[in-house]
Design a protein around this ligand. Structure first.
Ligand SMILES: CCCCCCCCCCCCCCCC(=O)OC/C=C(C)/C=C/C=C(C)/C=C/C1=C(C)CCCC1(C)C
Ligand SMILES: [Fe+2]
Length: 524
């Protein structure tokens, strides 16, 4: 019954006109929400807002911001109410944004763009400014998520920004260092059904060491780490921040976060397991596998005495972020393709970590789950070597920005993952992956550039994939050049689109917020 698009036809979409450039260009914010033109039928139960974050200002003082993660944070909102749709967007008034537009230069160093020196200061005063250290960015362009009743726009530093999800006004900058022992946390926390928010952060320890801290925020989706019913799974990749370089880099001009990353060519990739019970344990087993980059976990769950971990991986130790400079992403299509050939190759992988290791013999595959070919072998030196099962692979075709039916399946055995298809890094399709049958299908349209698809379950749904996918799609050159796309999550067929007379720049992550007055409300 399942339509499986072949890998050859799935990866053959070409972009000779390089329309994708439009998603990396500066736009103006809107004073007021604008109406969308709805084609098709929006399910009557779908009342709420799609809130998404991304970069909106790509140049300051005539100079370009260099990296995909450097543009100044913009919040986007599609409101769906009784079949009608509006679109609104505002820049977040972060210190990084306000000072950049006020002084017409990059004042706070971004991920891949160094602060530009203040022309009004002489060389001595500039030296002392740099000696005191450069400020950490609060450019919250990565994600937005709720904590209790509040919404926070975030990057991965210690600063998060409270925003009003109705008016899109910026409310308050919060420094996490005042409350938690972390230097920064991921932009992808997990939420338990009771509303408890979990996140993982890094913390500078003694003797230049770097520790990982798991933080728990009592009741208030997706994750940069895995969370099962009883465990946290964290993958330590071979790309690391060099602490010495990081601390010293702030004292001279021109260094960025990107300059402080280093690839370790020999460590491979390490898995860490910790029990969720605060009185519990951190597994002492050394789970190891070959090198890969990882930015997004799809899901993780416990089955029998195993932990199953599904990941969006990029093979090798070369840092994928090296390929995400805007100048590269905005090249002609043939050049974009050439660059992607040199980059790590994407693959969706399943790893299985056995929990009962002590009883087994070295050299034997410890994984006995019938439905996977993933293996785990205990070596005589005590390490457990993991080999994955490949769930999805296509030449230079990534399944990234993954989503699942989170409220129903997070931390549990599941069937379906939804993702943004990146064709040589260019987002040009939405993909549904059946992680049990390994079959996939895709939605795509010529000249269209979609974003991460958010899954919203149908109220009272029986099946895991009974729901809709929501994605912002940009179609440069069309009469109305962007739309909110609504797909039926079972078939990936179009239910409706809400078109707007505005180009919408790339968005990374976001959330669906059901209308509070909605009696059918079911939190995603
Ligand atoms: C949507 C389509 C995009 C088109 C191209 C996409 C290609 C994507 C290929 C791979 C997937 C990339 C995943 C992206 C995930 C993501 O959203 O990442 C954003 C993360 C950011 C911006 C992290 C910023 C972190 C900072 C500034 C951390 C600073 C610090 C340190 C490095 C050390 C300790 C201190 C501190 C200040 C926290
Ligand atoms: Fe992310």
């Amino acid at each position: 019954m399942y339509l499986c698009a072949s890998i050859v036809s799935i990866s053959s979409l070409q972009h000779p006109a390089a329309g994708y450039r439009k998603i990396f260009e500066t736009v103006e914010e809107l004073e007021e929400p604008i109406p969308a033109t709805v084609l098709g039928l929006i399910p009557s139960w779908l009342k709420g807002s799609v809130l998404r974050m991304g970069p909106g200002l790509f140049k300051v003082g005539g100079e370009p911001l260099n990296h995909l993660f450097d543009g100044q944070a913009m919040i986007h909102k599609f409101d769906l109410q009784n079949g009608g749709v509006t679109y609104h967007r505002r820049f977040i008034r972060t210190d990084a944004y306000v000072r950049a537009v006020t002084e017409n230069r990059v004042v706070i160093t971004e991920f891949g763009t160094a602060a530009y020196p203040d022309p009004c200061r002489n060389i001595f005063s500039r030296f002392f400014t740099y000696f005191r250290g450069i400020e950490v960015t609060d450019n919250c362009m990565v994600n937005i998520y709720p904590v209790g009743e509040d919404f926070y726009a975030v990057t991965e530093t210690n600063f998060i920004t409270k925003v009003d999800p109705d008016s899109l006004e910026t409310l308050e900058k919060v420094d996490l260092c005042k409350y938690l022992s972390v230097n920064g946390v991921t932009a992808h926390p997990h939420t338990d059904p009771d509303g408890t928010v979990y996140n993982i952060g890094n913390c500078f320890g003694k003797n230049m060491s770097l520790a990982y801290n798991i933080v728990k925020i009592p009741p208030a989706q997706e994750g940069d780490f895995g969370m099962t019913e009883n465990h946290f799974v964290f993958v330590e990749q071979p790309v690391k921040i060099n602490l010495l370089k990081f601390l010293s880099a702030w004292s001279f001009r021109g260094a960025t976060y990107m300059d402080c990353f280093e690839s370790n060519q020999s460590m491979g990739t390490w898995f860490h397991l910790a029990s969720k019970d605060p009185a519990g344990y951190m597994s002492s087993h050394k789970f190891r596998t070959s090198a890969f980059n990882i930015f997004h976990h799809i899901n993780a769950y416990e089955d029998d005495s195993f932990i199953v971990v599904d990941l969006c991986t990029w093979k090798g130790f070369d840092f994928v972020y090296n390929y995400l400079y805007l100048a590269n992403l905005k090249q002609e299509w043939e050049e974009v393709k050439k660059a992607a050939l040199r980059a790590p190759q994407p693959e969706v992988r399943r790893y299985v970590l056995p929990l009962d290791i002590h009883k087994e013999e070295p050299g034997k595959n410890l994984v006995s789950l019938s439905y996977t070919t993933a293996t785990a072998v205990l070596h005589t030196d005590g390490t457990v070597w993991l080999e994955p099962e490949v769930l999805f692979s296509g030449p230079r075709l990534a399944f990234e920005f993954p989503q699942i039916n989170y409220s129903r399946c997070s931390g549990k055995k599941y069937s379906f993952a939804y993702g943004l298809g990146l064709n040589h890094f260019i987002p040009d399709r939405i993909v549904k992956l059946d992680v049990q049958s390994r079959e996939s299908r895709a939605w795509r349209e010529d000249g269209c550039y979609p974003s991460e698809p958010l899954f919203v379950p149908t109220p009272g749904a029986r099946d895991e994939d009974d729901g809709v996918l929501l994605s912002i799609v940009v179609k440069p050159g069309a009469e109305r050049p962007a739309f909110l796309l609504l797909l039926d999550a079972v078939e990936l067929t179009e239910l409706a689109r809400a078109e707007v007379d505005a180009v919408i720049p790339v968005t990374l992550h976001g959330v669906y917020r059901p209308a509070t007055s909605d009696p059918d409300r079911e939190d995603p």
